[in-house]
Design a binder for this molecule. Structure first.
Ligand SMILES: Nc1ncnc2c1ncn2[C@@H]1O[C@H](COP(=O)(O)OP(=O)(O)OP(=O)(O)O)[C@@H](O)[C@H]1O
Length: 288
């Protein structure tokens, strides 16, 4: 992951971020973006055990992305602590912590770089220089299900990507850059996370739109293969795609409202069950 967070107080003698062995724990975490803002997280506690996949679920604004931002240490908890194998994240070097994390963020892309460079950002050396190993970049793209989308661009992996939108008469000019669809961006972002092979924790914060059902299915299948045996935290608005997580944590207004497996939560008959039923009806409606 690139992109430093806001200035955070650094430990005077930060501990080394060791490879994850036991898990990451949120312990009674309270957080607000500033003293003027309401609490975005209110006493959140849960653990992502080593080797397990945890899915975060909840309505818009429930606090899911905030959990991810704190985990990557873009912010520190206002109260409570986040522990990496028992060590407070505040005692670790943030750059080292982030090297242990492979994250795919909502709308997180670098523009005005080529497709290959965008993927290469997943693997930067200690000076921050991205890898130039084309073979590894392509292998990561294949594993993320992104290779075909990239190969189909006007100049393949060398295609410049831009956020500019062209008017209907101007067309897309391959020299000036190509605008990708939401689904294509997401495949690239996933390839970037896959490239960081040594990461200890995979975080996927999925946008609520941009993927059609087929693309979503493909991405989740490649991801499932990739994350086998890895520790993962997944956020998806489509409950069907994260139902197989070992543990689902349901956030509601900044608090953990429910937790358990998909089957447990359906039996519980609470928020998760209502959200799941609503989405199931939506899909049926779309098919009819
Ligand atoms: N940078 C910010 N500054 C101030 N408030 C913020 C900021 N980012 C999020 N919030 C607020 O924090 C709360 C939690 O937002 P968050 O983005 O974590 O929810 P979410 O569950 O990820 O939502 P969504 O499903 O819409 O992505 C919301 O009330 C939101 O308005």
């Amino acid at each position: 992951m690139t992109g430093a967070g806001p200035d955070l107080p650094l430990a005077t003698e930060p501990a080394a971020a060791e490879p994850l062995r036991r898990g990451v724990e949120f312990r009674d975490v309270w957080f607000r973006y500033s003293p003027e803002h309401p609490w975005a997280l209110r006493g959140v506690s849960f653990t992502v055990p080593f080797g397990a996949t945890v899915g975060l679920v909840g309505r818009n604004g429930a606090g899911k992305s905030t959990v991810v931002k704190l985990l990557c240490r873009f912010y520190d908890p206002t109260r409570g602590a986040i522990l990496w194998d028992g060590v407070d994240l505040r005692d670790l070097d943030p750059a080292e912590l982030r090297r242990r994390i492979g994250a795919v963020f909502q709308d997180y892309m670098e523009y005005d770089l080529t497709a290959a460079e965008n993927i290469a950002l997943g693997d930067v050396d200690h000076r921050g220089a991205p890898t130039t190993d084309a073979g590894r970049i392509e292998a990561a793209a294949r594993r993320a299900g992104a290779h075909e989308a990239v190969a189909a661009l006007p100049q393949g992996y060398g295609t410049m990507l831009t956020r500019m939108f062209f008017g209907p008469d101007e067309g897309g000019d391959a020299e000036a850059g190509v605008v990708l669809s939401g689904g294509q961006w997401q495949r690239l972002a996933l390839a970037r996370a896959v490239l960081r092979d040594g990461h200890d924790l995979l975080i996927l914060d999925e946008p609520s739109s941009g993927l059609d059902a087929e693309a979503e299915h493909e991405i989740h299948s490649s991801l499932r293969a990739h994350r086998a045996g890895r520790t993962s935290l997944l956020i998806s608005h489509r409950l069907g795609s994260i139902r197989e997580a070992d543990l689902l944590v349901v956030l509601e207004e900044g608090q953990v409202a429910e937790r358990g497996s998909h089957d447990d939560l359906l039996l519980l008959g609470g928020i998760y069950q209502r959200l799941f039923d609503l989405q199931a009806q939506g899909y049926q409606g779309a098919e009819n």
